[in-house]
Design a binder for this molecule. Structure first.
Ligand code: GLN
Length: 493
């Protein structure tokens, strides 16, 4: 019985709870016991909510009284530790914020709660969402539930591991350059980065504000669509949030793709792509064709610049956003009781030197350098100009196709420790994901197979601005044909 509950997807659970076939309390208790069983080994959660059972009991009470409950009533959801949660510690996986308890919640969290979701806790991630492996976390690495020797991806690695190991039935993450899609890809999940502006950034710890977007990580496409409906929509507290209506994506899913054009950019199948990954994408292309879609070859010649531009713009914005952690208003304060700071500069540098980890420091230094007078024009300004051209290339490409199909990352999950000492190698892993953030377009990854050594492999879909339905439908077609959603990670069986 207990296995059955944690194996159900979110839509099914919400339906059963709504019909009072199972109680929200029972559902939450099952996922919670999975956390108790596995979290010490997987390290997916930094903080577990101590009130998740009472949140669930409140849903049951309302159902018993015939009161209205929301679209996610009783669904256990894990929240990446980038989202502020009122009264619940929010660390961004940094020593800098290890004791920070926000006085308000992010709009995403408010909206999930308003629809009855149960907040299970805060998930592990790379520090300040900087990384692709979850290894830069102050709270230690997180393990991939498919094989504990491997990374779950990053930066939303804890969110991916939590859902994959059935510690929650869905999660929300943030994606600045791939941090939802890549860990979803490494852990056999659906992960959606919506169009920039779809989802409010209010209350999310800022990394690179012109790239950051929040989105769902789930076991099925329908669940991702449903959560996306809940968290999307205008928010007056975020001036970059779009005023577009929010479609009912989950109700309009269709695996029938007749008339849909699927673009395959030649540059996405070049060097460095693992054979298993290439074969998986090609198999997905065959499925889409069989569903009525037409495949078209495309060229996105600026692809080779995506990683360099991303790592310039993201670090520049991060160096500015992270200036607020000075140990006065926010963040870690060094111990000055034995040795006082000689001046303000020493005060700041001791606070920041102790509070930030090495990857975060590397990025602050890089960003500050690229923004400094004399280098600004050569680096930051140039990167912004190429970014604009890259965006234009996508707009042109989407005149020739509805959706782009590509790998989500060049290889399946890699081993813990394998790349952490080589930042450049780590950054190159983001080759297929960063473009969507730079262009502001939506992107997602969906499970599509396994490697020869039994690690998950997904494929990525990209769509034009605000055309999430098209990519969700293409992903739905893959899901319906491959029928891989019920696969359970080997390491937790
Ligand atoms: N891996 C990328 C980076 O390290 C993306 C991170 C993200 O999307 N938050 O910046």
């Amino acid at each position: 019985m207990s296995k059955n509950i944690t194996e159900l997807d979110l839509s099914t659970l919400v339906e059963k709870i709504g019909k009072k076939e199972i109680s929200a309390e029972k559902v939450t208790a099952e996922f919670k016991s999975q956390i108790e069983k596995l979290n010490t080994r997987i390290n997916a959660f930094i903080t577990v909510s101590d009130d998740c059972l009472s949140q669930a009991k409140e849903i049951d009470r309302r159902l018993a009284n015939g009161e209205k409950v929301g679209r996610l009533a009783g669904a256990p959801i894990a929240i990446k530790d980038m989202f502020c949660t009122k009264g619940l510690r929010t660390t961004a996986a940094s020593k800098m914020l290890r004791n920070f308890v926000p006085t308000y919640s992010a709009t995403v969290v408010e909206r999930l709660r308003a629809e009855g979701a149960i907040v299970m806790g805060k998930t592990n991630q790379d520090e300040f969402a900087m990384g692709s492996s979850n290894e830069t976390s102050h709270f230690g690495a997180c393990r991939n539930p498919w094989n504990f020797d491997y990374v779950p991806g990053g930066s939303s690695g804890g969110s991916a591991a939590a859902v994959s190991a059935r510690m929650s039935c869905a999660a929300v993450g943030t994606d600045t350059g791939g941090s939802i899609r890549q860990p979803a890809n490494f852990c056999h999940l659906v992960g959606v980065k919506p169009t920039y502006g779809r989802v409010s950034r209010y209350g999310i710890v800022a990394f690179a504000s012109s790239l950051d977007q929040a989105g769902p990580m789930t076991r099925t496409v329908r669940d991702a669509a449903l959560i996306l409906e809940v968290i999307s929509g205008h928010d007056e507290k975020d001036t970059t949030s779009a005023t577009k209506d929010v479609p009912k994506w989950s109700e309009n899913l269709s695996a029938q793709l007749r008339g849909m054009k699927i673009g395959m950019p030649v540059e996405y199948f070049n060097h460095g792509i693992a054979d298993d990954v290439r074969a998986t994408v090609m198999r997905a292309a065959d499925i889409l064709k069989a569903q009525g879609a037409e495949l078209v070859e495309l060229s996105l010649p600026l692809t080779k610049f995506a990683v360099p531009i991303y790592y310039l713009i993201a670090t520049c914005e991060a160096s500015s956003n992270l200036a607020r952690y000075d140990g006065v208003r926010y963040g870690h304060r060094a111990d000055f009781s034995k040795q006082a700071a000689a001046d303000l500069e020493e005060f700041y540098s001791r606070n920041r030197g102790e509070g930030f980890g090495s990857e975060v420091k590397r990025r602050i230094v890089l960003g500050t350098y690229a923004l400094s007078s004399g280098y600004y024009d050569a680096y930051y300004k140039k990167a912004c100009q190429v970014r604009r051209l890259l965006r234009q290339d996508f707009i042109e490409a989407f005149k020739k196709c509805d959706v782009i199909l590509s790998p989500a990352s060049p290889t399946p999950a890699f081993k813990i420790g394998e790349r952490i000492d080589n930042p450049l190698e780590m950054y190159l892993n983001d080759i297929y994901t960063t473009s969507a953030n730079l262009a502001g377009i939506p992107g997602m990854s969906v499970p599509a197979g396994f490697s020869h050594n039994k690690l998950p492999i997904g494929v990525q879909f990209l769509a034009a601005h605000f055309e999430e339905q098209k990519m969700l439908n293409a992903a739905f077609a893959i899901e319906q044909n491959l029928k891989l959603t019920a696969e359970v990670p080997y390491a937790i069986q």
